[in-house]
Write a protein that binds this ligand. Structure first.
Ligand code: ATP
Length: 307
């Protein structure tokens, strides 16, 4: 019997870094990291439709700047399709429709989410049955954050962030996310880290205290241990991020933190109600886009097709 493939939709989450320890840049130009990722409920949906060639289309939320996302072969979803095809010795086809809600260049790994979603969707569309280990290897080739976008949850990332291991997380954590209208380049923030911290240790700061806090499930414990070595460089480049953190904390956030290389600022709250109240307060101070999300949520997974 010949089965006709139908469209496949995969949902992939944004990540925030609860801990981002950065070591001195190595001879290969990369910084060794110890990071703790958490997948949060702000997701891109990627639908792979059967097609005769490979293409990418975008449908973006109001707050996502579609103009800065390529739809050619440099789109991370397109690159993922090419790499997966090469792994199987064939050219993969599909019309990839990406419904983007994750802000671009926001420190939330939105492009990585799309790459992970494309791997899973095309694997299913073409019934390739790629092993989990091979998917993780392909993901790591696509970018340091892509393996985590596959597994989701809360995980420790080492190496360049691409070596991921799930960790015990006893809480449901509520976050308010405040994206900036203009993104920040990750390499520029790392270069500024190098300028500000020429004596950074070779081994990045570990995350033991934060991992203990995750096991307690207590928001106040987690708030005390959130850590991001890229926060000072990001604020030095964009002082308004520091002011935003102060404002959110004065409005009652347990703690504000730059996410990854920025510029999105995330605020930890005590509960869903607290997060909604804080989001309202920040909107009243003039922030046009304020999002509420909880974590941890699942990594890239199939959902019913809807486009
Ligand atoms: P990270 O925290 O992993 O550095 P980020 O969230 O800061 O990621 P992304 O949204 O992943 O940044 O985008 C980084 C760059 O990648 C953008 O400048 C964009 O032009 C390019 N890009 C390529 N494909 C995509 C995609 N599918 N979605 C978003 N950006 C993409």
């Amino acid at each position: 019997m010949i089965t006709v493939p139908t469209a496949v939709t995969v949902r992939a989450p944004a990540k925030i870094n609860l801990h981002l320890g950065v070591g001195a840049v190595g001879a290969d130009g990369f910084h060794p990291l110890t990071t703790v990722y958490q997948a949060v409920g702000l997701c891109d949906d990627l639908t792979a439709h059967p097609a005769d060639d490979l293409s990418v289309e975008l449908a973006t939320a109001d707050w996502v700047d579609a103009g800065v996302i390529p739809t050619d072969a440099s789109n991370l979803a397109h690159r993922a399709a090419t790499l997966l095809g090469r792994h199987h010795g064939r050219e993969l086809t599909g019309r990839l429709v990406v419904e983007k809600a994750i802000p671009v260049a926001g420190g939330l790994a939105g492009g990585s989410a799309d790459a992970a979603a494309a791997l899973v969707a095309l694997d299913r569309l073409h019934d390739l049955r790629t092993s989990d280990d091979d998917l993780l290897r392909l993901a790591a080739d696509l970018g340091s954050d892509v393996p985590f976008a596959l597994i989701g949850g809360t995980a420790l990332g080492t190496g360049r962030g691409e070596l991921v291991d799930p960790v015990t997380d006893a809480g449901t954590w509520w976050w308010v996310l405040v994206p900036s209208l203009e993104g920040m380049s990750t390499p520029v923030v790392y270069a500024h880290f190098d300028r500000l911290f020429p004596d950074a240790p070779a081994t990045p700061p570990g995350a033991d205290e934060l991992l203990d806090a995750l096991r307690t499930g207590q928001p106040l414990s987690l708030a005390r241990t959130l850590h991001n070595d890229l926060q000072d460089p990001a604020i030095d480049l964009r002082p308004e991020l520091g002011l935003l953190i102060e404002r959110g904390e004065s409005e009652g956030a347990l703690r504000g933190l730059v996410s990854g290389s920025g510029p999105t600022v995330v605020f930890l709250c005590e509960s869903a109600d607290h997060a909604r109240d804080l989001a309202g307060a920040l909107m009243r101070t003039g922030h046009p886009v304020v999002l509420v999300a909880n974590g941890a949520v699942a990594g890239s997974h199939l959902v019913p097709s809807h486009v």
